[in-house]
Design a protein. Structure first.
Length: 277
């Protein structure tokens, strides 16, 4: 069943006409990375301390949606690596994201939403119960927390639990295909083998966190939201969700622009940097 789930996700993304930039400029996303975490993985309970007690566990989300406790289950996670055309177009940007990057943020994320809903429907047809936490009644965004802007479910933290990457100085998730990507997840009572996680630490893929070198993402941020002390989420979000859309959303004809400057023209853009390893 694990291979069938992987095949379903892969075929939906790679064969979907919605995964194409306008004008035949190539896909939004390359082939997905896919991982699995147990519904009761202790890391999800730990997130209540790491992120905040508002962050829900998969079991809490599932039980609220279906009114019953699952006997077991899985969090199915995926990474949609942003294709080279959008990444390349964003490398020379210094203030605002490129048009291709913003199209990927708007239309590529729409495809990601389609994938969430498709996988829920597919699992349901297979006899399992499933839901996308992003669309559950329990999901909400919290503009102010001790850690800054947050929500009741983090796709990046779910992907970390599923062994798909580790975190970085700028709070992104560095995967085997790099830091430029979109994440998604579905919670189900279908039991699948969990994917292994790196035992080297939560930020081992980041050169600065691992060995004190790099920091390229600091210079890529036009508003100084990244420093060697970490990531200022509030400053970042103000720029990404207010300043950039006001400047280029109408010109690009998109509803969401993204930014991605700290995810391009950096050593971790398309893979895990080797450093001194």
């Amino acid at each position: 069943m694990e291979e069938r789930v992987r095949a379903e996700i892969n075929s939906f993304v790679t064969g979907n006409p919605a995964n194409r930039l306008a004008g035949g400029e190539g896909p939004y996303f390359d082939q997905p990375l896919i991982g699995f975490a147990g519904i009761d993985d202790p890391l999800f309970s730990a997130y209540k301390e790491i992120i905040g007690d508002f962050h829900l566990t998969p079991r809490e989300i599932f039980s609220a949606a279906f009114g019953a406790e699952p006997a077991g289950g899985t969090v199915i996670c995926w990474i949609l690596p942003i294709a080279v055309a959008a990444r390349k177009s964003n490398r020379d940007q210094a203030e605002y994201p490129s048009r291709q990057w913003s199209l990927t943020r708007t239309h590529g994320e729409a495809l990601n939403g389609m994938l969430r809903r498709h996988l829920v429907d597919w699992l349901t047809a297979e006899g399992a119960r499933a839901l996308a936490p992003q669309y559950a009644d329990t999901w909400r965004e919290l503009p102010e927390t001790p850690k800054g802007r947050a929500s009741t479910w983090s796709e990046r933290h779910a992907a970390y639990a599923a062994g798909l990457g580790t975190f970085s100085l700028n709070d992104g998730l560095i995967t085997a295909k790099g830091i430029a990507h979109r994440c998604g997840s579905v919670v189900t009572d279908l039991v699948l083998p969990p994917s292994p996680r790196s035992d080297r630490g939560y930020a081992d893929n980041c050169l600065y966190c691992r060995e004190g070198s790099c920091g390229a993402c600091i210079g890529r941020c036009p508003v100084g939201a990244i420093s060697f002390a970490g990531h200022d989420k509030n400053r970042c979000c103000e720029y990404v969700y207010t300043t950039i859309p006001a400047a280029v959303a109408a010109e690009y004809a998109v509803t969401a622009t993204g930014c991605g400057l700290c995810q391009t023209r950096v050593p971790c853009e398309s893979g895990i940097p080797r450093g001194r390893r």
